[in-house]
Design a protein around this ligand. Sequence first.
Ligand SMILES: O=C1C=CC(S(=O)(=O)O)=CC1(O)O
Ligand SMILES: [Fe+2]
Length: 341
Amino acid sequence: MPVPAPDVVRAADAELVVTDLARSRWFWVDALGFEAIEEDDEVIYLRGYEEFLHHSLVLRKGPEAGLRRLSYRVRTPEDVQRAKDFFAAKGLPTQDVPAGTTRGIGEAVRVEDPFGFPVEFFHHAEQGPRHVQRYDLRRGAEPSRIDHFNVLTPDVQAAHDFYAELGFRTSETIEDADQIYAAWMFRKPTVHDIAFTGGAGPRLHHIAFFVPESHQILRACDILGSTADHGHIERGPGRHGVSNAFYLYLRDPDGHRLELYTSDYYTGDPDHQTYRWDVQDPRRRDFWGHDVVPSWYREGSTALGLDGAPKALVHPPVSEETVHVGADGLGVVTEAELQRS
Ligand SMILES: O=C1C=CC(S(=O)(=O)O)=CC1(O)O
Ligand SMILES: [Fe+2]
């Protein structure tokens, strides 16, 4: 008898380990304008202006940078137990997380998914102050809300199939006749809550926050340029092929990647169709055909297991970089060159 999947509402919270909390605070709060809703010498709780829960991102001080958890909100308290039963039935590690372990979050279950990612499911959450119309508080890129996670994993097909079992639907893919190189999957009615990027994993590729319009993205670039901190700009601004979103990728002081993202599209109808990009289409990742910088394909944040230890990397047999030429400007990169990078 299959164990029912929990009813996942959306990607809701994440926790990153950072090595210099003050420097991280400068990047996420002073430069980009995230709200620090609570903080002490060890941890900062951040949120966007449109958010109603206590926070959506935790920066926790630690000796080595890494991804501690990706968290999904589930629809009912019973779905927390369903999540535990679903992962336990597959022989995957699960950990009960008492209410208040994370400020503002009720009891949760933390699991390791089949690909080594630390994933948490919670229902109860404290409401934070309603700042959606506090324009007097908005600064920097005016981040609105957490939108999605993107992770690096060597077998995108397997990840896609597992999250489909968890009830996620597929909005877009990048593929060819031989394989799927990337997939975007959703629970909330937009393009994605989780995306799988082919590459050595388990590693976090990025966490994305929605901003109101493209001009907040341009303002983030101008702010970082003004203080000669332009080195934090990795890729963009530009228009995505996949998702149609206007985007910018930034790297924080520990190298954690943040995407500022706006104007994707609705996916909530029951017969929403998956859009499949050919890996040879130079517009798939940047609709204007701009190059994808190599670091965007190759670099990510270490995932920490439930025991807190860094997860060992598994490399994919073939990387998108070695398949696609043209817009990425890389020409054909051999797998051996990739492994050395
Ligand atoms: O959110 C996203 C939407 C599209 C893309 S891609 O670069 O267009 O593939 C990447 C992304 O996963 O960050
Ligand atoms: Fe993204």
